[in-house]
Design a binder for this molecule. Structure first.
Ligand SMILES: CC(C)(COP(=O)(O)OP(=O)(O)OC[C@H]1O[C@@H](n2cnc3c(N)ncnc32)[C@H](O)[C@@H]1OP(=O)(O)O)[C@@H](O)C(=O)NCCC(=O)NCCS
Length: 138
């Protein structure tokens, strides 16, 4: 299994990589993502995601994939996740794309971006995974 550091090094190579980190002597939270790629990865069916975006009249070239958001247990429920998500930096994108099955994550996304424009199942990495697409206000 890939460590968080190995994953970060891998995703940092991706086109449009952007992220933010919260530090309190050590890393206590992080959030990162990249432009929706053309090819599938081992964990995400981006080809299917691009098709759904096109059907909903979003330009996949202007879609950002929010790959990860995490806050250390002791620091949760204090607004840090919301701050990290807001600081991810989606400038120049029309859509924010996230996959989750976590109700806290969904609540946080809706608080930040409003109601999703569309959502659909995406279970290539885990059961009950669902992709949510939000219109990003410029
Ligand atoms: C999801 C996560 C990042 C939220 O971080 P956080 O710092 O607690 O988020 P915030 O404090 O900004 O809370 C955001 C909202 O989610 C709600 N929330 C947080 N944890 C919740 C929980 N366990 N159940 C329900 N709602 C929850 C909060 O109530 C808050 O809404 P409110 O302000 O309207 O009350 C954090 O729980 C986490 O790291 N989870 C594990 C990793 C994960 O699943 N990440 C998502 C991967 S897709």
């Amino acid at each position: 299994m890939q460590s968080a550091l190995e994953e970060l090094i891998e995703v940092m190579q991706k086109e449009g990589f952007a992220g933010s980190m919260a530090i309190d002597e050590e890393v206590i939270g992080f959030s990162w993502g990249y432009k929706v790629p053309e090819e599938n990865t081992t964990r995400v069916d981006f080809v299917a995601i691009r098709k759904q975006l096109e059907l909903a009249k979003f330009d996949p070239e202007k879609a950002f994939y929010g790959a990860d958001l995490g806050v250390k247990l002791l620091y949760r429920q204090q607004g840090l996740g919301t701050m990290l998500l807001a600081n991810i930096g989606m400038h120049g994108y029309d859509a924010g794309v996230f996959r989750t099955k976590n109700p806290a994550m969904l609540r946080l996304m809706r608080k930040t971006y409003g109601q999703e424009a569309l959502s659909f199942p995406e279970e290539s990495a885990y059961k009950d995974g669902r992709v949510y697409v939000f219109k990003v206000e410029l």
